[in-house]
Design a binder for this molecule. Sequence first.
Ligand code: UN1
Length: 499
Amino acid sequence: MDHTTVLKNLGFTDAELTGGTHVVTSPIDGAEVAKVHETTLADVPAIIAKSQAAFKAWRTLPAPRRGELVRLLGEELRTSKDALGALVTLEAGKITSEGLGEVQEMIDICDFAVGQSRQLYGLTIASERPGHKMSETWHPMGPCGVISAFNFPVAVWSWNTALALICGNPVIWKPSEKTPLTAMACAKILERAIARFGADAPDDLHQLLIGGADIGAALVESKDVPIVSATGSTRMGSIVGPKVAARWGRSILELGGNNAMIVAPSADLEMAVRGIVFSAVGTAGQRCTSLRRLIVHKSIKSELVEKLKAAYSSLSVGDPRNKNTLVGPLIDEDALSAMQNALENAIAEGGTVHGGEPVTQGVPAGAYAAPALVEMPSQSDTVKTETFVPILYVMEYDTLDEAIAMQNDVPQGLSSCIFTLNMREAETFLSATGSDCGIANVNIGPSGAEIGGAFGGEKETGGGRESGSDAWKGYMRRQTSTVNYSAKLPLAQGVSFDI
Ligand code: UN1
């Protein structure tokens, strides 16, 4: 589908797509798709003030009623699935199936959040004093800033927005400057849900900031934005985290990953190959959860590398809209240069590279590359650095302890996995002495997590958790209450204070 049709299907007007200063290009062919209007720094204080006003109204609606809005959002997303998926393909370069999969992830989190809206459970706590009752309840926090990256331009917004809304918080979204159109499309879809929801929804429940890092910084620095959920590079998080903390805000950080798979001697190698290829080259290696390191037992390394070389040689690289393409473009030329630099560094460190060359024949004019498989003698500095491209470093191990130590010996801690049919190995990997990541899988690759679990990781990944499980608590403030229904006023800890 050409870009005019994709944008028309989502209801974009000419005025939205022309006359602005922010140029949007498609990674498919580098062509200009739109010139959208940017938010100016001067606009930001009023946007935050409007969000604060929306908060005062939204927090008074019962949570299940707020859930109704998210239910409607899920319905609208179902209706728009094909159209929005096509825009994800156009703007982020994902193959059609992955573009649609990303929208499905949005629908899933909406369903989850609707149920959660009736389960913002607190606790009752046993008081040590007679005639006293203790409890813990959860309250809305205030405007939630969402900063998202190009690689999951819509799903990450939905994880945050679906939960923030049911928790009673308005949202201000600063999408990646590379993907403003998908953000504008999501805003339109949410607007439709809000229109159906009716007058209970305050104005400005959801607002967009279109622009670069300076606009994001204004959000990060405002004390009127109590929550900032930021997804992106570790470098970005290392700026956002301290700034939010300095003004006593709460940040939810989902930053870099350097995800590994351990392949043990007992592994089902056919299955491992499928898991490896999807997680290493899917989304052209541009997921936070992409597989970047393969730690293979020395007894099976050459067999596995041969199988992978065969699988890699059959991968079709090209226009992500073509049915047979499995590897679409990188986001831009900078990513292609970063890939070539990383490969040169790996060679200098003793690596042997298979594939990895830029692809220019039979593809549109974007930044395309053949995924690379790189055999490394050890876990060098280049291997420990996350390069957001389809490079898979392969190393060997002897004992499981050594493999787990290698898996953990990187600055990042997002996702990890082991392929083994040995129960002792699997359980050791998942134990306190195993993987140090927020996500640890067995016989499944590190990417493609379902929304039901908490998503995020430790160390330089930032420590935040989004999406399922009890991640909703990150969007609410906790209140502990003690009620004395007796006629006496005993003090805790047996303190006496007679006046
Ligand atoms: C990301 O790359 O920022 O687990 C998110 C996955 C997807 C989400 C990735 N469900 O790969």
